[in-house]
Design a protein around this ligand. Structure first.
Ligand SMILES: *Cc1c(COP(=O)(O)O)cnc(C)c1O
Length: 430
């Protein structure tokens, strides 16, 4: 890195917060000057193969000509207008597509500016649904441990109580209910102990529960855990039986990542409320959405509190909607299922041998997601530069080294990623 970049990085370390970092103990930071396909180019000219899709988002890779053109074209007519009292084609087209590709029950769309906000809106919808129906005491949520739903206060209150740092914010966080998490590893049987714990919490708190909120089949940032379709199916049955709403957070799993367009399809169920984000714009801009059924929308609209009280300044930003429309079209017209399946097969074959390494507790693969769980927490100050030195971008957290590459990655590039992971994990002293 030249002197000018070194000075910029020094400034960054002193003045800029990065996600989940400390200004007093800054972790290594790498300036990027461009990105194209599955490659990030660093300021010193090195190229890294991207294993992260910039946090599940860049499913088509970077600098895609079709996505670039969509933004450029939209820019010529308008970059933004307020959504209060106005509407536009990109938002209408996107709502149509989302309604079309999701379950038939989901007919109404709220555009949010980030995943966390989409979750906030889902929670508001659920509470307001019951308030409109004369049951304002139904304000609590039931979820499972190891979940992650975002960093804003409403969303954070539904994250795993330990790694969501609830103790720090206890007095300002809503107190929700956390059931035992289902077995990690997606056996097809429902895990009866976890189901029983869930049902017990549900029945003993029923009068105060508005909704259940879950990440279907894959818990992401709360531990990269996979669980069975049988468990998810049973949760839907219990929600129906006891009449509580089911919110599914597909912000990470949506748009093909687990092998189906939405993970809930694998359990053959539908949510009452669905959150999407991350890959929605192909990783180009921040945009998310909360969809709901007509039962929920009409329940809110026909009651004492018919106005849904949320409205971000940049709601349904036309640039973001335009690139989302282009990204979804690109995805749906591509052989994404074949691509995700090929990545899954290759990850199973190439990450499998990591299970022989002494530092490794578990290796698991689902769709285009590969996870190596270690016995011990990772020293990111050591591990991050090692990955960069091997020419790959892998960003571990806690005791997890994982990849979820762009769907367009070629087999040879994916092999470079998996060999780097094997190499780095084998270097850990145990
Ligand atoms: C990333 C994520 C969120 C939060 O989305 P942001 O855009 O970061 O606010 C919520 N839920 C899940 C499952 C996520 O993976």
């Amino acid at each position: 890195m030249d002197e000018q970049w070194q000075a910029l990085v020094e400034f960054d370390k002193r003045h800029i917060w990065h996600p989940y970092t400390s200004l007093s103990h800054p972790s290594p930071i790498f300036p990027v000057v461009s990105a194209a396909g599955v490659r990030l180019t660093l300021a010193d000219g090195r190229e890294l193969i991207d294993g992260m899709s910039s946090w599940w988002a860049a499913v088509h890779g970077y600098n895609h000509p079709v996505l670039n053109a969509a933004i450029e074209n939209q820019l010529k007519s308008m970059s933004h207008v307020m959504f209060g009292g106005l509407t536009h084609q990109p938002a209408i087209d996107l709502a149509k597509t989302l309604i079309d590709i999701s379950h038939d029950d989901l007919q109404h769309v709220f555009f949010a500016d980030s995943g966390s906000v989409a979750v906030e809106v889902a929670i508001k919808m659920a509470i307001q649904y019951w308030a409109s129906n004369g049951q304002p005491q139904k304000q609590r949520l039931l979820t499972i441990k190891n979940g992650y739903h975002g960093d804003t206060f409403g969303a954070m209150a539904t994250c795993d109580p330990d790694n969501g740092m609830h103790h720090l914010f206890k007095s300002v966080l809503a107190q929700h209910l956390f059931a035992k998490s289902p077995h990690c590893h997606g056996q097809q049987q429902a895990d009866q102990t976890a189901i029983d714990d869930f049902e017990q919490l549900l029945t003993s708190n029923l009068s105060s529960i508005a909704a259940v909120i879950l990440e279907p089949l894959v818990q992401g940032a709360g531990g990269m855990r996979f669980y069975s379709t049988a468990y998810l199916k049973r949760v839907r049955e219990l929600c129906d039986h006891y009449d509580v709403l089911l919110i599914l957070d597909e912000i990470a799993t949506g748009f093909g990542r687990t092998g189906s367009l939405f993970a809930y399809e694998q359990a053959d169920i539908a949510p009452d409320i669905l959150c999407v984000g991350k890959a929605l714009t192909g990783g180009y801009m921040s945009l998310a959405a909360t969809l709901c059924s007509s039962k929920v929308a009409e329940g809110i609209g026909s009651g004492q509190h018919p106005t849904l009280m949320h409205g971000p300044t940049f709601m349904a930003n036309p640039l973001a909607c335009a690139v989302a429309n282009a990204s979804l079209k690109l995805l749906l017209n591509s052989p994404w299922q074949t691509a995700v399946h090929a990545i899954e097969t290759q990850l199973q074959a190439e990450l499998g041998p990591c299970s022989q390494l002494s530092a490794v507790k578990d290796v698991r693969v689902k769709g285009a997601i590969g996870v190596i769980e270690l016995h011990q927490p990772i020293d990111i100050h050591w591990m991050q530069p090692r990955f960069v030195a091997l020419g790959v971008w892998v960003r571990p957290f806690s005791n997890l080294v994982y990849v979820m590459p762009p769907y367009v990655i070629e087999a040879t590039d994916l092999s470079t990623l998996t060999s780097a992971i094997y190499q780095v994990v084998s270097e850990i002293d145990t």
